[in-house]
Design a protein around this ligand. Structure first.
Ligand code: CAA
Length: 255
């Protein structure tokens, strides 16, 4: 298998892309396995937070160039890559990308599907599609624009040049930069701390940030208010507030 599903600790899953001989390039096998795993994790009530990572030197070097070099537009349409991205795009639980080494093209796009990106100090990000005569095809132009703004996004997209982890952090593409050897541990620690918190609240926060950001402010605020009210129907709201009053740790059940 090119994608491994492992335990990341209590209520945390670790998804590891493991095709180092091709620098974790996202061929159809990797994409299909990722899609299957994310469908499974979405439906697994034991899992509250997920970390996606690659190997020590590469997160993912993008779409598999060799598998599309001779493709025609109809081949690409029939491949319908968006079907395999959908379970990641629509993944309802917090998702953290732990990036060591290169996150290029589809690899950078995969990282941008996550809710947080923890990068090693030597990680490199790029959308180099322009250098091979194409453009990003898995949300790169849109997610990058929304993450870093027009002028940084344009430079990354139009030059294809690599951006260091430090630059990526400064422009808001990365959540935290940590020493190379500590990336996975930090991402898993963060995931485990989120997994202790009420999962329905986490799910709503993710939904609001992702969906609300593209709505007019007033509409997004109404959506937030409704979700806020809905939280008072959860057992975890009662538990969280009672635990505070009782001066004890809460035990959130996801109900
Ligand atoms: N697709 C297919 N094979 C790839 C690949 C890719 N994206 N990236 C690396 N490989 C293969 C190489 O062809 C090579 O295979 P062989 O051993 O058979 O020659 C092997 O992986 C090792 O690669 P390198 O020798 O180049 O390894 P390196 O460590 O010197 O460099 C790298 C690593 C910087 C990641 C470099 O391989 C690279 O630049 N890769 C291509 C990055 C790229 O252009 N990505 C964009 C793809 S398009 C895309 O992603 C579209 C989209 O939006 C969905």
């Amino acid at each position: 298998m090119e994608v491994l599903l492992e335990s990341g600790g209590e209520r945390v899953a670790l998804v590891r892309i493991n095709r180092p001989e091709a620098r974790n390039a996202l061929n159809s096998a990797v994409r299909e396995q990722l899609a299957r795993i994310f469908v499974e994790l979405a439906g697994n009530d034991e899992i509250r937070c997920v970390v996606v990572t690659g190997t020590e030197k590469v997160f993912a070097a993008g779409a598999d160039i060799k598998a599309m070099a001779d493709a025609q537009p109809v081949d690409m349409m029939l491949r319908a890559g968006e079907r395999n991205w959908a379970p990641i795009k629509d993944f309802p639980k917090p998702l953290i990308a732990a990036v060591n080494g290169f996150a290029l093209g589809g690899g950078c796009e995969l990282a941008m599907h996550a809710d947080m990106i923890i990068a090693g100090a030597s990680a490199k990000f790029a959308q180099p599609e322009i250098k091979v005569g194409i453009i990003p095809g898995a949300g790169g132009t849109q997610r990058l624009l929304r993450a870093v703004g027009k002028f940084k996004a344009m430079k990354i997209l139009l030059t294809g040049e690599m951006v260091s982890a430090q630059e990526a952090e400064a422009m808001g593409l990365v959540t935290e930069v940590v020493p190379d050897g500590e990336v996975l541990d930090r991402a898993l620690a963060l995931a485990r701390s989120i997994a202790l918190l009420p999962p329905l609240a986490a799910r709503k926060i993710k939904e609001l940030v992702l969906q609300g950001g593209d709505l007019p402010l007033e509409a997004a605020l109404v959506m937030e208010r409704h979700a806020f009210h809905l939280m008072f129907a959860t057992a975890d709201q009662k538990e969280g507030m009672q635990a505070f009053i009782d001066k004890r740790s809460p035990n959130f059940k996801g109900l």
